[in-house]
Design a protein around this ligand. Structure first.
Ligand code: AMP
Length: 285
């Protein structure tokens, strides 16, 4: 596997590959790779001739007091895992390479970031769209693969690509979970054994909501109340949001019609976890 740190070298490499007729897939990550990330790389492998991953903990998507400094990092371990799933190139720029002195440009999507995670984390998605736009320019992929675990991120990036006419196909991959249902996340490493047990309240909420919908419940507020109770019955939990919303605009809905997204953000101890799932009112009716 090739390791590239410089943007100029990355440009040249991608240009050469494109000129030789090869298709390129990019999987952007912040590292500390787990099975969820590796699944994205396997999907990328099936879609393109060459797989590029980026490993970059992006400072501008972290707010003041968030975990940028303590975010788990393990570059050597990550490179070994990526090599095992057949990644061809790891693009691993430094912060200085990505944001040299004088940097002052932002790519911002207007409305979708105003909901869900955008409320408690103002500016977060502007940091995400800015870095992803930069990674797209640096690596010149034909397609890019993202996880549905970060549903809002996937929506925001799809919007950016469409609005700015970027010639890149965006592929979404279903959430990869631990055997007991917890969505895999680099931040799970922060959980104590007791908090790890409480963290199951997210998946339990998704399952309970599906059950309520299957039994005919249509009132979003009713589902939200039941889930909030379930979550707060688990120790160490604090709710950022439980939202039943439109899967495209992410605006809250009052009543379930067609497909509705259930999106959750819960603090377990000091760790903020997210999860989501689609509730389909039409299923089986
Ligand atoms: P991150 O390193 O957390 O920025 O994530 C990099 C990519 O991996 C994003 O597209 C995430 O949505 C995706 N991802 C993270 N966790 C999972 C998971 N459990 N299942 C599927 N994709 C994931």
């Amino acid at each position: 596997m090739e390791i590239i740190e410089s943007i100029v070298k990355m440009h040249q490499r991608s240009e050469d590959l494109r000129l030789s007729g090869q298709t390129l897939a990019l999987v952007p990550t912040m590292g500390f790779l787990h099975e969820g990330h590796l699944e994205l790389m396997r999907v990328a492998r099936r879609h393109a001739d060459k797989v590029i991953i980026s490993i970059f903990v992006n400072p501008i998507q972290f707010g003041p007091g968030e975990d940028f400094d303590t975010y788990p990092r393990d570059l050597q371990g990550d490179l070994a895992k990526a090599g095992e799933v057949g990644v061809d190139i790891a693009f691993v720029p430094t912060v200085k390479e990505m944001y040299p002195e004088g940097f002052q440009t932002e790519v911002a999507v207007e409305r979708v970031p105003k909901h869900l995670c955008g409320l408690p984390r103002p500016g977060h998605f502007d940091g995400v769209t800015t870095v992803v736009a930069k990674l797209f320019h640096a690596t010149k992929p034909h397609l890019a693969v993202f996880g549905q675990k970060d549903y809002q991120q996937l929506t925001v990036i799809s919007r950016m690509v469409q609005d700015l006419n970027m010639d890149i196909e965006i592929v979404g991959v279903p959430t990869v979970r631990e055997p007991d249902g917890l969505a895999m996340s680099s931040r799970n490493a922060y959980l104590t054994p007791e908090e790890r047990k409480s963290a199951l309240c997210l998946k339990k909420s998704l399952d309970l909501a599906l059950q309520m919908v299957a039994q005919g419940e249509k009132r979003a507020e009713e589902i939200r109340k039941v889930l909030e109770r379930l979550i707060l019955d688990h120790p160490y939990t604090d709710i950022d949001y439980v939202s039943l919303c439109d899967p495209v605009t992410l605006e809250d809905v009052a009543s379930l019609k067609g497909e509705t997204l259930l999106a959750l953000a819960v603090r377990v101890g000091k760790t903020r976890l997210i999860d989501n799932g689609l509730l389909n009112r039409d299923r089986g009716e």
